[in-house]
Design a binder for this molecule. Structure first.
Ligand SMILES: [Zn+2]
Length: 234
């Protein structure tokens, strides 16, 4: 058990240093992550908008074609109107003319609304593109900073993690899990030493009999107040 407890002390030291390295990086990883998410959301918006613009443009072309056809039809019917011989023929052509005129009017109004919505969409697209440029710039600035900080500590981090892995070989899963759980719940500190009869983790009183027991380092004792594993260090 002494071996286990000493391994825990060493593990805590390694974890303290790893936490320090993480702290030094500060908010950078979170900021980079946020910019990446923002960027990808904006890119999705652009993709959607571009598809809408494409389909509006196709519809406009189609309507322009229909409009031209309607115009030709109207000219043809108007010519025929001069050549009719009976009232019945005249009425039939007039009905055709009215129907084509109505269709043409519908196309024209659709064209007007499509054109104005297309303009709005193109405006939004250009706004989005400048937003994307701005976000990309900020992202790459922060990324450069983050990469530099990662590079600076990579070697130390690697060696700490190697030592950590080796240490874990000396710990049972059960002990390691309880250390990790307390560490997560207690601000990164899974163990605590005793100083003047109090737990150095939470400053609670530890009964003298327990202090004696902890000092022997023969069993795992926990602080009743904070739950940290109590260890003895001269
Ligand atoms: Zn405590």
């Amino acid at each position: 058990m002494q071996k286990t407890l000493h391994a825990l002390i060493e593990l805590q030291e390694l974890d303290n240093r790893l936490d320090e390295l993480l702290d030094e990086r500060g908010d950078l990883p979170r900021i980079v992550n946020e910019f990446e998410e923002k960027l990808s959301a904006k890119k999705d918006e652009v993709e959607k908008l571009e598809a809408e613009i494409k389909s509006s443009k196709l519809r406009i072309k189609e309507i322009e074609l229909f409009g031209a056809e309607s115009k030709e039809k109207l000219e043809k019917y108007n010519d025929q109107l001069y050549q009719v011989k009976t009232n019945r023929e005249y009425d039939a052509i007039t009905i055709e003319i009215e129907s084509v005129q109505k269709t043409k009017k519908d196309y024209d109004s659709e064209l007007i609304s499509l054109t104005s919505s297309l303009e709005a969409k193109e405006g939004t697209l250009s706004d989005l593109e400048s937003e994307i440029a701005k976000i990309s710039e900020e992202l790459s600035e922060n990324k450069v900073e983050l990469d530099a900080s990662l590079e600076e500590t990579a070697e130390e981090e690697n060696s700490l993690n190697k030592k950590r892995k080796k240490l874990l070989g000396n710990l049972s899963r059960h002990v390691y899990n309880s250390y990790e759980n307390i560490r997560k719940a207690r601000n990164g500190k899974g163990i605590a030493t005793i100083d003047n009869g109090t737990c150095k983790g939470c400053f609670s009183y530890i009964p003298p009999q327990k202090v004696v027991e902890v000092r022997k380092m023969k069993k795992i004792h926990e602080c009743e107040s904070c739950g940290r594993i109590l260890v003895w260090s001269e």
